[in-house]
Design a protein around this ligand. Structure first.
Ligand SMILES: [Zn+2]
Length: 458
């Protein structure tokens, strides 16, 4: 196994980063891990990034904590699962019938990675593009500077622009002054509208009726059963998404080149990850937010930098591990109640954290869903009362065969563990959305509740 080969080399003594070593976290919205060359994808989406991956620690089985942005980025920035940082969606019944979504922001009392780093003397900055990263949801807490833009519909900043902004911000730091930068790129998210540099690269042979930009309305029609796509149309949809991935990958490689030129990798740490993936009819629908299958939960997770031993790691990891890892790397006490474990020893080539349970919860559409991973098994609970599905991710990575009946002992143990956890009920008040955020979320179709084409029969 890759992990054994890696672990058998000489692991470095666990010492920390050099004092004040810079920290970079890059999140690519809607980037499924298996759509990247270094995770085995058959199309050329990430050539220069694949080369970079060869120089980093690549975690093969990295999990998001939710299939949509707000709760998953919340986990990244707090070290807690959505139930414990308190942010997510709830569905409320309308007096006239039907439902709509309400959103709850991060608990102000939840830990904040940026605040801890700031306390330690770090300048902290975020460049983010996504309506769910609107400061009103509380993700900006702890950042000195939080440069936010909404979505791809209006003031979109594409990856090339954001990489330039990030490098300019780094160049404006005083030499040796410590800093933390969060960069959140939205390019692969709907609408799929690949820029000229990549448009047609993977879709040139298509002669059907679809054309870019692919808007959310088309996706809602497919998910609602009003529109059936021919195989060629399906391939075109995936192709234009892949072209967006190719664009963002090239920009990421450029960013990593820029970081290397500035010696960031010698003294600091750089993490590349995603908030969730994207479905292309893997389980019958498109987009994300609606299930907890692997096309939505499995994310890239690659680390470069000081003391990082390049190679492939097989232990399952989660976005909740990021904050504990960085605290340990910087020699900072873990004084908050965090859900994750430190991967710092693993990054140096040391042993895996040992058997553990990872969770995902809170969907953006339809019925409540929760999942628990105890490698290689994954239990998914849907609805209330819950229906349970069990998968063996080692032998069935795309979750085709539900083993819930065939493996009753595993199902029972994981069901008990999942049900013992605190319910992800967000008891606090919903966030008052400003008009612009409301308009944005409505235009993408994110304010609807049960009208979004879910199959839960409510
Ligand atoms: Zn997202």
């Amino acid at each position: 196994m890759a992990v054994l080969a890696l672990a058998s080399g000489c692991a470095r003594e666990p010492s920390g980063l050099p004092e004040g070593g810079p920290i970079v976290i890059i999140v690519v919205d809607t980037l499924r891990a298996d759509g990247l060359g270094f995770h085995g994808y058959r199309h050329a989406t990430s050539a220069s990034l694949d080369e970079w991956a060869g120089r980093g620690a690549v975690f093969e089985h990295a999990f998001s904590t939710a299939p949509w942005t707000l709760p998953s980025v919340g986990s990244l920035l707090t070290g807690r699962y959505p139930a414990n940082h308190g942010s997510g969606r709830r569905e409320v019944a309308l007096p006239e019938g039907g439902t709509r979504n309400e959103f709850v922001g991060l608990d102000a009392a939840a830990p904040r990675l940026a605040a801890r780093l700031s306390e330690h003397g770090y300048a902290t900055a975020a460049f983010v593009t996504n309506s769910f990263l609107w400061p009103g949801f509380g993700l900006d807490q702890g950042f000195d500077s939080y440069d936010f833009s909404r979505s791809k519909f209006r003031d979109q900043r594409a990856a090339d622009v954001m990489v330039d902004q990030a490098l300019a911000w780094i160049d404006a730091r005083a030499p040796a002054a410590p800093w933390f930068l969060l960069l959140h790129l939205l390019d692969p998210h709907l609408p799929y509208d690949p820029p000229p540099a990549v448009a047609g690269r993977l879709t040139a042979g298509y002669h059907g009726t679809l054309a870019t930009p692919i808007e959310p309305a088309l996706v809602r029609k497919v998910n609602g059963g009003e529109l059936e796509l021919e195989p060629a149309d399906q391939a075109f949809l995936r192709g234009v998404y892949d072209e967006e991935v190719a664009f963002v990958s090239a920009q990421l490689a450029r960013f990593l080149d820029g970081l290397a030129a500035r010696k960031v990798l010698e003294r600091g740490l750089v993490l590349l990850t995603a908030d969730h993936g994207e479905e292309f009819l893997d389980h019958g629908r498109l987009e994300h937010g609606h299930t907890l299958y692997q096309e939505l939960l499995r994310i890239p997770f690659v680390v470069w930098g000081h003391g990082v031993r390049p190679g492939r790691r097989a232990e399952p990891v989660s976005l909740v591990d990021v904050m504990p890892t960085l605290l340990e790397a910087l020699g900072l006490a873990r004084r908050e109640d965090l859900d994750g474990v430190s991967l710092w020893p693993a990054l140096g080539g040391g042993g895996a954290p040992g058997p553990r349970r990872l969770y995902a919860e809170n969907s953006l559409y339809g019925e409540p869903r929760r999942a628990l991973v105890e490698w290689p098994f994954k239990l998914i609970a849907s609805g209330d009362p819950a229906r349970f599905e069990l998968y063996d991710l080692e032998h069935d990575p795309t979750e085709r065969v539900n083993l819930a009946a065939a493996r009753p002992e595993v199902t029972a143990a994981l069901t008990t563990a999942l049900l013992q956890r605190a319910q992800p009920v967000h008891a606090r008040a919903a966030v008052e959305l400003d008009q612009e955020t409301q308009n944005e979320l409505r235009s993408i179709g994110y304010l609807g509740g049960s009208s979004s084409g879910d199959d839960d029969g409510d």
